[in-house]
Design a protein around this ligand. Structure first.
Ligand code: NAP
Length: 305
């Protein structure tokens, strides 16, 4: 493996899963890490995720690969702190859910002697923190890399090899395209889930605990998504504003069309629409990105992750 020493900055769900997956693959002879709070550092040390350092700069000093695993809005401050001590020739990457904003925040601070290759593993759960990670998180999931113009192909191939060893499938794309695709597949769906749960919460004040007690599959699935980390998602929307607003505009138009179909009793429109969307679900299952098992295949054990 190209990277002997790997440093993780931020020690939450994604970083801890990277650590577990690296151990499972038997790669990297040394994993160092840092998290800003003493509590998270202590928990990461107790879990044996890595050699925990008191500062980010100490954690990255000798690293061949540095992975920034903090919320998107925290990337710039971390990049500024570690820049002076990065080893020449090191690869720096990140796992942020938005790429354009991270590149703008991080790239200007890094020395020309390091190779910055932004990335985003499309894998996660609604849980956070160092204890939430598990080795299988990236298995058969996509990791999207958004290399900058002039990226050394050898460095890119090394990073592709790293993520492949962690179980992921890797693809590359332009940062702007990444942000549009993710607005459709992840960011706006989260915003809609947050909204629906918020609406139900308002309603709860009228209907006491009925929304909780009789919560059906549709709403329950929204609540799982809407339980995702508030800071991470605040930063996603602050940093992917343009694509989010673009997709939200299209969503609103479609919603009005469906609203009209409901009001005018246009069953043909509703049925045709739902038939088209059902085919998308089939496509996702055929692509191996979800399971056809009822309740999304969530066993009680899987729900624990
Ligand atoms: P997490 O479990 O909440 O962990 C966040 C980590 O970042 C913790 O170590 C936390 O430190 C640190 N952190 C938080 N705010 C910070 C700040 N202002 N300055 C410095 N450090 C800070 O988060 P995660 O789910 O691993 O997400 C990490 C990154 O992965 C994010 O950029 C997110 O967009 C991306 N991502 C997440 C998912 C997902 O589903 N969760 C999927 C793909 C990519 P303390 O605990 O010490 O405060």
């Amino acid at each position: 493996m190209a990277f002997e020493r790997v440093a993780l900055i931020g020690l939450g769900l994604i970083a801890s899963s990277i650590s577990h997956a690296m151990r499972r693959a038997g790669i990297a002879s040394e994993i160092t890490g840092h998290s800003r709070s003493a509590g998270t550092r202590a928990e990461a040390a107790r879990l044996g995720l890595c050699e925990v350092r008191e500062t980010a700069a100490e954690a990255v000093r000798d690293a061949d690969l540095v992975i920034l695993c903090v919320p998107v809005g925290a990337m710039e401050a971390v990049a500024r702190e570690i820049a002076p001590v990065l080893k020449a020739g090191a690869t720096v990457t990140d796992v942020g859910s938005v790429k354009g904003g991270v590149i703008a925040a991080v790239a200007p601070h890094l020395p020309a002697t390091v190779r910055f290759i932004p990335g985003h593993p499309l894998a996660g759960t609604e849980h956070s923190g160092p204890a939430a990670g598990f080795a299988e998180l990236f298995d058969n999931r996509w990791c999207l890399l958004t290399p900058l113009p002039g990226t050394d192909p050898g460095a890119l191939a090394e990073l592709v090899g790293f993520w492949t060893a962690l179980g992921a499938r890797v693809d590359t794309m332009e940062p702007e395209h990444h942000d549009l695709v993710l607005a459709v597949t992840s960011h706006v769906p989260h915003l809609i889930a947050y909204t629906m749960v918020g609406v139900a919460d308002d309603l709860r004040r009228v209907t006491a605990s009925e929304v909780i007690n009789y919560s059906a599959a549709g709403f329950r699935d929204f609540t799982r998504i809407a339980a995702s980390d508030p800071v991470m998602w605040r930063d996603v929307f602050l940093n992917n504003r343009e694509a989010t607003l673009d997709i939200l505009g299209r969503f609103t138009e479609e919603l009005f069309a469906l609203q009209r179909a409901v009001r005018t009793g246009d069953g043909a429109h509703l049925q045709e629409y739902f038939t088209r969307t059902r085919a998308i679900r089939r496509g996702i299952i055929e692509a191996g990105q979800d399971t056809p098992v009822p309740d999304f295949g969530r066993t009680p054990a899987a729900r624990g992750h």
